[in-house]
Design a protein around this ligand. Structure first.
Ligand SMILES: C[S@@+](CC[C@H](N)C(=O)[O-])C[C@H]1O[C@@H](n2cnc3c(N)ncnc32)[C@H](O)[C@@H]1O
Length: 268
């Protein structure tokens, strides 16, 4: 099943406008990943599908579309350098700054299936040790994909060898009858609050953040979309707060954040 130039453009602008995701070089991917969805929904071709989607597509239709077109690829201990900076510099500083209210405000924006915010929780638990119970360190973890969020909430994973053995025992529970699967321990799960959130929408959370992790998400956005999102992140960050991106990404030189290390930015 082929997609015409016109339908391709209608679909690409719809996704770009609503979700920031830039697919204009992904014609091949769209055709191969969506052909079955289009057939499965009973449409004769892409024109009918795009007509329907743009006029009366439901939330479920959009979720199905996005889960075909975006990559939720993630894993524990990904880009461990950012976790090293988190635990070596950011956490000690935040813990010092929040001695009174004992509250950290952290957002994993584009958390996919949850490995990133769970991973951060493990670092926080290790760092705070016996003090952990006195702190509110709950992480807001958001993504566009409901499928990814459901996986995150279930918290069942095959663990890579890079997870320290100590953590495997401390922060996971083996799934009965499945030697290679583990569930995130309840105490870790309790520290993460999963929410569906489209990063193209205004950021109107109750609190500002000490730290925003947004790694491997903006790779899908074009420069103006990225710049606008970074400005919204900036407004949602407390003075002295941090933004962590991935080493595959960069911010434009005129970003309001100051760069403090590779992929690590700070609000002045
Ligand atoms: C590759 S994953 C990154 C997961 C994790 N941060 C990491 O670095 O491993 C990218 C995630 O960004 C999400 N995403 C893409 N566009 C988004 C948008 N407009 N709003 C919210 N999430 C979005 C996708 O659903 C996907 O789960």
């Amino acid at each position: 099943m082929a997609i015409s130039e016109a339908d391709f453009h209608r679909l690409v602008s719809f996704v770009k406008q609503k979700y920031g995701i830039d697919l204009h070089e992904k014609k091949q991917l769209i055709t191969s990943r969506l052909a079955n969805t289009v057939k499965g929904m009973g449409f004769g071709g892409f024109t009918e599908y795009v007509d329907y989607l743009l006029k009366s597509g439901t939330g479920d239709d959009i979720n199905a579309l996005l889960s075909r077109l975006t990559t939720n690829y993630t894993y524990f201990m990904r880009e461990v350098e950012s976790f090293d900076y988190f635990t070596g510099t950011i956490l000690p500083e935040l813990v010092r700054a929040h001695q009174r209210d004992k509250t950290l405000s952290i957002w994993s924006a584009g958390c996919s299936s949850g490995e990133e915010p769970y991973n951060m929780t493990m670092y926080i638990m290790d760092y705070l040790g016996s003090q952990y119970s006195q702190w509110d360190t709950r992480i807001l973890a958001s993504d566009l994909s409901l499928e990814a969020l459901n996986k995150a909430k279930a918290g069942v994973y095959q663990l890579p060898d890079t997870i320290p053995e100590k953590w495997r025992k401390q922060y996971f529970v083996p799934v009965k009858g499945k030697t290679d699967q583990y569930t995130v321990a309840p105490k870790v799960k309790q520290n993460v609050l999963f929410r569906q959130f489209n990063l193209m929408d205004p950021i109107q959370f109750r609190r500002k953040f000490d730290l925003i992790f947004c790694r491997n998400v903006m790779i899908y956005f074009d420069q103006p979309t990225k710049d606008a999102l970074v400005r919204r992140f900036y407004d949602a960050t407390v003075p002295g707060g941090y933004l962590v991106i991935s080493k595959a990404e960069n911010l434009s030189p005129d970003t309001p954040y100051g760069r403090v290390a590779t992929s690590i930015f700070r609000k002045k």
